[in-house]
Design a binder for this molecule. Structure first.
Ligand SMILES: NC(=O)c1ccc[n+]([C@@H]2O[C@H](COP(=O)([O-])OP(=O)(O)OC[C@H]3O[C@@H](n4cnc5c(N)ncnc54)[C@H](O)[C@@H]3O)[C@@H](O)[C@H]2O)c1
Length: 343
């Protein structure tokens, strides 16, 4: 049995409390929030768990093997560091931290102390994303030319991080999972409308070494909820629509073939392919449950998680580069040149 303490009981934390308390292999023995109202609401349902507003008390007296951090982004690093220094396994919500230097330090501590460092990139536990990855890996889509991803909604508006760090984090983690190639550069532009210091809307472009490109549009200032990713391959194309209840992935047997070499303009014709469209069967599972199960399994078996510290740092690398570009008028930022980059 893995004993878990959960820090941060706001919007997302209670979902983690529910999942870890329902798993047969884990037990929630302590909960923590600096907000007494939120602490009281959750602790009243778990009277046997230690309830505290002080994270040091949770770490030292919560009888825990692992801590789950679901607090605002800027606090992830310091809270994770305190736990790793005590030899406690860490699950931190996304994004892992706010800089590559912070990520490197956490990875170093987890290696030194033999503890797990897990990042909550939930979409890497999502059945539809895993199915999409199968299509990419099997070569059925052909070579991937580009990916276009939209994550839009009216709210929830964040006051601690911009739409890039809050929303694009998910798409970046999915895209890095799908495209098996080094990241070369990133550009980002955005609009800070509601609060002059926090961007509500961002567009990000990532270029990969294999020639592939990814474009992301993230916004909490949009009339419609959209969570859609288009993967364009040179054989077939796929659309993943996360809010579609049943047919989350559609495969389009469509494409455009370039003509073989010709120096005669009259012979230069593209040929368009129009084939069937189909939707593969996806066995629905709760992504958060799969994520929590994987964390516990990795602790019990001593294996590296799919979303380990290194994986979390790769996402932060792209986010940090994009943030630099965002605050510098959208210019290209070379990812290899970022300090501490270990890709
Ligand atoms: N995986 C997902 O799909 C998903 C969804 C939503 C949020 N998140 C992530 O979860 C985290 C929390 O997001 P949220 O929406 O629940 O935020 P929130 O603001 O609703 O809740 C954060 C909670 O942390 C508490 N807190 C802050 N500092 C603390 C500290 N030092 N010690 C103890 N408690 C502290 C606050 O009082 C608050 O109750 C963020 O990292 C966010 O990116 C992930």
């Amino acid at each position: 049995m893995v004993r878990v303490g959960i820090v941060g009981l706001g919007y997302w934390g209670p979902n983690l409390v529910r999942n870890f308390s329902e798993l047969p292999e884990s037990e929630v023995t302590a909960v923590c929030d600096i907000d007494p109202g939120r602490l009281q609401k959750v602790s009243s349902r778990f009277p046997r768990a230690l309830a505290t507003s002080d994270v040091e008390e949770l770490l030292d007296r919560g009888r825990i093997d692992a801590v789950v951090i679901s607090t605002p982004t800027r606090t992830h690093y310091s809270l994770a560091k305190k736990a790793l220094e005590r030899g406690i396994h860490v699950f931190t919500e996304k994004p892992m931290a706010t800089s590559i230097a912070e990520c490197e330090e956490l990875i170093h501590l987890s290696k030194k102390n033999g503890t797990q460092l897990f990042v909550g990139h939930i979409f890497l536990y999502n059945a539809a994303v895993l199915k999409l990855k199968e299509y990419v890996n099997s070569g059925e889509l052909g070579n991937i030319c580009y990916i276009f991803s939209s994550r839009l909604n009216l709210g929830p508006v964040r006051t601690d991080v911009n739409a890039l760090w809050d929303l694009a984090t998910h798409d970046i983690s999915i895209i890095l999972h799908l495209i098996d190639s080094e990241r070369v550069s990133v550009n980002c532009q955005g609009l800070a409308y509601l609060n002059s210091k926090i961007h509500d809307v961002c567009t990000v472009t990532i270029h990969f070494q294999n020639g592939c490109m990814a474009i992301l549009h993230s916004s909490w200032l949009d009339p419609n909820k959209v969570r859609q990713m288009t993967v364009v391959g040179d054989k077939k194309m796929a659309v993943y629509n996360d809010i579609e209840p049943l047919e989350k992935i559609k495969i389009y047997e469509k494409g455009i073939d370039k003509p073989l070499y010709t120096d005669n303009f009259g012979e230069f014709h593209f040929s368009y392919r129009y084939g069937d469209t189909f939707s593969p069967r996806i066995i629905e599972t709760e992504s958060l449950k799969a994520e929590c199960q994987h964390f516990i399994h990795c602790i019990q078996k001593g294996i590296e998680p799919r979303t380990c510290g290194q994986n979390g740092m790769q996402v932060v690398n792209v986010l940090a580069g994009a943030d630099l570009s965002l605050h510098d008028g959208g210019g290209k930022v070379l990812l290899q040149s970022l300090a501490g980059n270990k890709q």
